[in-house]
Design a protein around this ligand. Structure first.
Ligand code: SF4
Length: 347
């Protein structure tokens, strides 16, 4: 870190940093990224599965959820899930990423069977599934503890929790953005419980809507504090708010805001090894630039991403591995094929 700032950034220093010129912030973040990951930019061969869009929470920023009575609502049966997995069974997929809405009609056994079915079809792939919001929903619905739910899902094949549902932790904002969602504190508690049970997780921040830099920095501080205790977070993903087709009507972050957020994340989260530029939300070209602002992970091939695209993301719904590698190489980095734990793999 530059001599002007402490080795570990305080919140005040972080706020000072984001007021500075973007080149300055970018240079600091790039130096940190280079020290940690040299010229490597990670990607993963993955598949997304959004099993239902029926959700009782109706978050204001969400363009994905539907009421059960809506003609566009859907829930995958186990047969549908098998079909989705089988469609790509010949591809060397390393990770299945599964998230969905809070559908009150689905019992815990549906989730367990979904995991065991996928595991039987794809034993070599890691299943990263269900946000803390879904875990809490299942625990409450079935009058189980969150630990019990996590253990049952782990037994059925779950390995990692994705980082969604964190949004922004500031309670006054959650009341406006997602009044029915679990609190920020509860999100953190569930991740702490998962870490204790040996389940790694990712973490996110939804930014570029009604929050301030102070709110963002407090959010990062809460993640850094938990990571100090558990060391269970693998990767941080700043998620750019997508402005279309939802009630919030905020404009979303511009390119400079996005790059500053990536850079600050790299500098502030000194104990989280990876920072992802999620190209499905941020765009491929901006994600190439983000590799110079602190990001080291380019996410994956994805295919069939539905949540960001429902909210107007105008990125492709998926890429081939060759396309992904080309974007990374053209940005001047070395593409590294990774598994869910960020270990290098050879196809
Ligand atoms: S963000 Fe998640 S919890 Fe909120 S309405 Fe959308 S699907 Fe439901």
């Amino acid at each position: 870190m530059n001599k002007e700032f402490s080795q570990r950034l305080s919140s005040t220093e972080a706020l000072e940093l984001v007021q500075k010129d973007i080149h300055y912030l970018g240079q600091l973040a790039y130096a940190k990224r280079k020290a940690l990951h040299q010229n490597r930019a990670y990607y993963i061969y993955n598949q997304h599965l959004n099993y239902t869009n029926i959700c009782k929470n109706k978050c204001k920023f969400c363009a994905y959820y539907k009421d059960k009575t809506d003609k566009n609502s859907y829930t995958f049966s186990l047969e549908d899930i098998k079909k989705e997995i089988n469609k790509r069974i010949r591809e060397p997929i390393r990770e299945i990423h599964i998230v969905g809405g809070l559908n009150p009609d689905l019992p815990l056994s549906y989730y367990e069977e979904m995991l065991s079915t996928i595991k039987a079809l794809r034993p070599e792939a890691v299943i990263k599934a269900f946000t803390a919001v879904e875990i809490h929903f299942l625990a409450e619905k079935h009058q189980l503890s969150e630990e019990e739910v996590l253990l049952r899902l782990k037994k059925a094949g779950l390995s990692i929790l994705p980082g969604g549902g964190a949004e922004v932790f500031a309670e006054k904002l959650r009341k406006k953005l997602c009044p029915e969602k679990i609190s920020g504190q509860k999100w953190l508690e569930i991740h702490a419980k998962a870490h204790k049970l040996g389940i790694y997780t990712n973490c996110t921040l939804l930014f570029g809507h009604i929050e301030s830099w102070e709110d963002r920095i407090k959010h990062l501080e809460a993640l850094r504090d938990l990571q100090d205790q558990t060391r269970g977070f693998l990767c941080f993903i700043p998620l750019a708010y997508q402005p279309a087709h939802n009630e919030l009507k905020a404009p979303g972050p511009d390119g400079i805001d996005f790059l500053k957020m990536i850079a600050l994340s790299r500098l502030f989260l000194d104990n989280i090894p990876h920072i992802k530029t999620y190209w499905a939300f941020a765009g491929l070209k901006l994600s190439q630039v983000a590799l110079y602002f602190g990001a080291d992970d380019f996410d994956g091939t994805i295919v069939e991403e539905k949540i960001g695209h429902a909210a107007g993301a105008d990125t492709p719904k998926g890429l081939t591995v060759e396309e992904l590698k080309t974007y990374i190489r053209q940005a001047g980095f070395e593409p590294v094929n990774r598994n869910s734990f960020f270990e290098e793999v050879k196809n």
